[in-house]
Design a binder for this molecule. Structure first.
Ligand SMILES: [Zn+2]
Length: 372
C-alpha cells in the first residue's frame, strides 16, 4: 500500500499522468483489499461479473462497478471494524437519508497529507494569522455533517485570530447571524491581518448584497481569501452569474478574483477539486473522472453530459474506489486557457434539480440496496 503514498503525496497535483501505471496498481490493490474485507462489496462485484484482473489499463477503469452515493445513504459498507474509524461524517441529507462515511487512521493520514500538498500548491496554506468569517455552521455536539467538519478543517490552513459563524449554534439548533458577521467583518477590515471567508456561496452572496445595499465598502486587504464549497444546493434558482459574483467581491470587499477559490467535494469522495480562473474543475493526479450515461451508466464521450463519477484509491476503511454522484457534469481533456494541462470537468447541476430522472435509484435496487 506504500505505493499510494507516492501517488497522493506528489508535489504537483496536476503533474501529467505518466504514472498511470501507479494509479492503476493502487486501484487494483485497494479493490482487492475491499473484496477481502467487505463481504457485501465482494458480493456486488461478483454479481456484476467483475474481477480486479480486468483492470489492465486506464481505459478499463470504467469497468469497476460504481457505488451510487444513494446506495451509501441506505447501506453501510465498511472494510474495517467500525471501532477503527477515527472520523465520521455524514452528508447534509436535506431529504432525510444521509451517507455516513468513516475514515480509519491510514486513510485519514493519507488524506490529510494529500490535502496539505494540494492546498499548498494553490497558495491557500499560509503562516499569516487571519480572522475567519465562516459562512456556514458553527461546530457543535449535536451535528456531525461533513460540511461542518470541512469548513472547520479549512480554518486550519492559516492560524486563526478569530472565528465568526454565519450559522450560530444555539445549543440545540442554528440561527442565522448575519448581523454578528457584519460587525466582526467591519472590525476585521480595520486590522492589519487578512480576512478568510469559508463556506457556502449563497451566504457569501447574501452577505455581499447586504453590505452593498447598506452602502458599506470594505478594503479587507490583498491577502484576504475566499474559500467556497458546497455549491448552491437548496438554493436552486438563486445561482447568480459567476462574473457578477466576482465583481461584487471586488467592489464590496476589495478581494480580487485570484483570491477566490471555489471547491467541489462530496462526503462519499473525500477529495477537493478547485475551480481555475476559467471556471473549470481540473482533475488532480489522485483521481480519475468518468462521465456516465444517466440510463446505462456506461461512459460517455468527452464533451457529453452525464453523471459525474470518480475513481480513486484513497480510502481503506470503505469501498469508495468507484462512486457515482447525482451531479450532472461534462469532462474535457486539457490543456486549458488557465495554463493547466490536466483534464477538467464542468458541473451542470444536480440530476434531481435539473429534472433529469436518473437510473441511480435503479442501480441502487440492482445492487440489492434497501428500498428507496
Ligand atoms: Zn483551467
Amino acid at each position: 500500500m506504500d505505493e499510494r503514498r507516492k501517488l497522493f503525496l506528489k508535489r504537483d497535483p496536476y503533474s501529467p499522468p505518466k504514472d498511470g501505471a501507479l494509479f492503476l496498481r493502487s486501484v487494483r490493490a485497494l479493490t482487492e483489499h475491499h473484496i477481502r474485507n467487505c463481504p457485501e462489496y465482494a458480493r456486488i462485484l461478483e454479481e456484476r461479473g467483475f474481477s480486479p484482473d480486468m483492470l489492465r489499463s486506464e481505459k478499463d477503469l470504467y469497468k469497476l462497478p460504481v457505488i451510487p452515493t444513494l446506495y451509501l445513504k441506505r447501506n453501510r459498507l465498511f472494510s474495517v471494524d467500525e471501532k477503527e474509524l477515527r472520523v465520521k461524517a455524514s452528508s447534509s441529507g436535506t431529504k432525510g437519508k444521509k451517507s455516513v462515511v468513516g475514515l480509519d487512521k491510514k486513510s485519514l493520514r493519507l488524506g490529510i497529507g494529500m490535502m496539505f500538498r494540494f492546498f499548498k500548491y494553490h497558495g491557500i496554506i499560509s503562516p499569516v494569522p487571519v480572522n475567519y468569517i465562516v459562512l456556514g455552521y458553527e461546530p457543535s455536539a449535536h451535528a456531525d455533517m461533513g460540511a461542518i467538519k470541512t469548513a472547520y478543517g479549512t480554518t486550519k490552513f492559516a492560524p486563526a485570530l478569530s472565528r465568526t459563524y454565519a450559522l450560530k449554534d444555539t445549543g440545540n439548533d442554528y440561527e442565522l447571524n448575519l448581523e454578528g458577521v457584519k460587525t466582526a467583518l467591519i472590525k476585521a477590515a480595520k486590522s492589519p491581518f487578512p480576512v478568510r471567508f469559508v463556506g457556502f456561496p449563497p451566504y457569501m452572496y447574501f452577505l455581499m448584497k447586504m453590505l452593498k445595499d447598506e452602502g458599506i465598502r470594505l478594503k479587507t486587504g490583498r491577502r484576504s481569501t475566499v474559500l467556497l464549497g458546497g455549491g448552491w444546493k437548496g438554493f436552486s434558482g438563486l445561482e447568480i452569474d459567476r462574473e457578477e459574483f466576482l465583481r461584487l467581491l471586488d467592489e464590496v470587499l476589495g478581494i480580487g478574483r485570484e483570491r477566490c477559490f471555489e471547491f467541489y467535494s462530496a462526503v462519499e469522495h473525500p477529495m477537493a477539486y478547485v475551480k481555475c480562473s476559467e471556471g473549470h474543475f481540473h482533475i488532480p493526479c489522485y483521481s480519475r473522472v468518468i462521465i456516465r450515461d444517466t440510463a446505462s451508466l456506461e461512459p460517455v464521450k468527452d464533451g457529453e453530459a452525464g453523471l459525474l463519477s470518480f475513481v480513486t484509491p484513497l480510502v481503506t476503511s470503505m469501498p469508495l474506489v468507484s462512486v457515482v454522484t447525482d451531479d450532472i457534469a461534462v469532462r474535457h481533456e486539457g490543456p486549458c486557457a488557465c495554463g493547466l494541462k490536466a483534464p477538467y470537468f464542468d458541473l451542470l447541476g444536480r440530476a434531481g434539480v435539473s429534472g433529469i430522472k436518473t437510473c441511480v435509484s435503479g442501480a441502487n435496487e440492482f445492487l440489492g440496496g434497501k428500498d428507496a
